[in-house]
Ligand binder design. Structure first.
Ligand code: C5P
Length: 294
């Protein structure tokens, strides 16, 4: 009946300030987040059926292919909400590492929502879609936009950034690199909650974002992540590499709660130089990937 291929990008947090714990148990945050041109691909095929059903195959055998996979859960939720009696077959080509802070699972869920929405010839982003995305995960809504946005609340409140600021980001080269271990997001939030003075400060965070958008603060001076202190304290691998980067004149940033890190690149030579430093510190098997902000 219908078939569509969707790209499911990874994201990086250029600025992430976690402000504190809310009554619902989630953390309130303010973050400038950018999708990149590196990601997964999902093929979605649908046909009319007597009852709605979803199936998922994935080229990474380590990943679940049932409702605990966010892509599967997103398809189920979409069919239920729209009252569609469809058989949806998903095929996921996984490239984004898991437990990395790159939003892989959330991006897959958003891509499935957008793909199915296109097959049903709906509008690109409507209130329903945003609600479904927020239900699936805090990082899902941001992927509905397909470009850099500021997210607030637990991640469900999105604000477009100024067009001039968007233009400054788009096409920027980034090197992603991840050690062999992952970081569990719930642990990282719990570690922040247990560390006094670790949370960011709202007025300061908003002021820095405003200053960057209006061109009064450079991107280099904006880059920040509340998780850095607790994650670096727990895993010495990050501080050691961060020092090596600093000696070479680069910043190492954590994306989300890690374990994937990134550095902004100015030239192709930077890419080669930083890749060698990463591989020397973390071994030849470390995930390293150059990409661009969308
Ligand atoms: O929303 P999501 O399922 O991705 O969140 C995973 C976990 O991360 C939550 O159960 C919560 O422990 C933590 N979290 C949080 N505040 C957020 C996002 C996630 O405390 N804004």
């Amino acid at each position: 009946m219908g078939q569509i291929e969707v790209f499911s990008p990874a994201k990086i947090n250029l600025f992430l300030s976690v402000l504190g714990r809310m009554e619902n148990g989630f953390h309130e945050l303010v973050s400038l987040v950018s999708p990149v041109d590196f990601g997964d691909r999902i093929s979605i095929e649908v046909e009319e059926a007597l009852q709605p059903s979803v199936s998922l195959v994935c080229d990474d055998e380590g990943l679940p292919t049932d409702a605990s996979n966010l892509a599967f859960a997103a398809a189920e939720l979409f069919l239920t909400r729209r009252g569609l009696s469809w058989r949806a077959q998903l095929r996921l080509e996984k490239r984004i590492p898991c437990g990395a802070g790159l939003g892989g699972g959330s991006s897959n869920a958003a891509a499935v929502l957008l793909g199915l929405n296109r097959l049903v010839s709906g509008s690109a982003e409507d209130k329903d879609l945003l609600e479904m995305a927020a239900e699936l995960g805090s990082d899902c809504p941001l992927f509905l936009r397909g470009r850099s946005v500021v997210m607030r609340g637990r991640g469900e409140l999105l604000e477009d950034i100024a067009p001039s600021a968007l233009q400054r980001l788009s096409g920027k080269c980034v090197l992603l690199f991840k050690p062999s271990f992952s970081v569990a997001t719930p642990w990282a939030f719990a570690a922040l909650a247990a560390t006094s003075g670790a949370y960011g400060e709202r007025t300061l965070a908003e002021e820095r974002l405003r200053a960057w958008q209006s061109g009064d603060l450079s991107l280099a001076d904006l880059l920040d992540n509340t998780f850095e202190s607790v994650i670096f304290a727990k895993y010495p691998a990050f501080s050691a590499l961060s020092d090596r980067f600093a000696q070479a004149g680069f910043r190492l940033l954590l994306s989300g709660s890690g374990s994937c890190c990134y550095s902004l690149l100015d030239t192709k030579e930077d890419e080669g130089r930083l890749t060698s430093i990463v591989r020397e510190a973390w071994g030849k098997g470390a995930f390293v990937r150059a990409c661009q902000i969308l």
